[in-house]
Design a protein around this ligand. Structure first.
Ligand code: ZN
Ligand code: ZN
Length: 181
């Protein structure tokens, strides 16, 4: 099991989604987020005229709300800048779309149109979509499939959930068998 995992050059992005999604946010965007948040506090408490002392709670709230908004936008931009790369999409174009389209619309468009994550074929090392079951160049089996209907199955399944085929008859490749033990 461990031997199979270490010999697998597959990028971490596919293995543990939750953890890796956080690591997808680069340091520059975290720094930018902090700066923007601080900048917003400065605008609301330093630049804006505040002769009325009773407005302070409102000003605190507005500063916090705007600060959080721009900071999360910086984090989102950072995420997109890394996410485009592992999907083989144009980084410049999508960063521009996210910055230019106002109010996060660009980001929404991005998340609707983004391509599946690319992974690397362990056998011939070409970049392929992680949704593929077989490598299009060398026929290396990337994911467990039913030998009868060729649709994806779980590695722990004994029978295909779609056609009822007995998966034990298929003779899965050694790398897939090591996974289920
Ligand atoms: Zn291949
Ligand atoms: Zn099947």
């Amino acid at each position: 099991m461990t031997q199979w995992l270490s010999s697998e050059p597959r990028q971490g992005a596919n293995a543990a989604p939750g953890d890796d999604e956080l690591r997808m946010i680069p340091r520059w965007s975290m720094l930018l987020a902090l700066l923007l948040f601080a900048g917003m506090q400065y605008i609301f408490h330093g630049v804006m005229p505040h002769h009325k002392q009773e407005m302070l709670p409102l000003r605190l709230m507005m500063g916090y709300a705007w600060g959080t908004l721009v900071a999360s936008y910086a984090l989102l931009l950072g995420y997109v800048s890394r996410d485009v790369k592992r999907r083989g999409m144009s980084a410049g174009l999508w960063m521009l779309v996210c910055v230019v389209l106002p109010g996060g619309i660009g980001a929404v468009v991005y998340f609707m149109l983004r391509q599946p994550v690319l992974s690397r074929c362990p056998a011939c090392a070409i970049s392929i979509s992680s949704t593929y079951h077989f490598c299009p160049q060398c026929q290396f089996q990337m994911a467990p499939v039913c030998g009868e209907c060729h649709r994806g199955v779980k590695i722990t399944d004994a029978f295909c959930t779609l056609c009822g085929h007995d998966l034990a008859q298929d003779g899965a490749p050694a790398r897939l068998r090591a996974y289920s033990d």
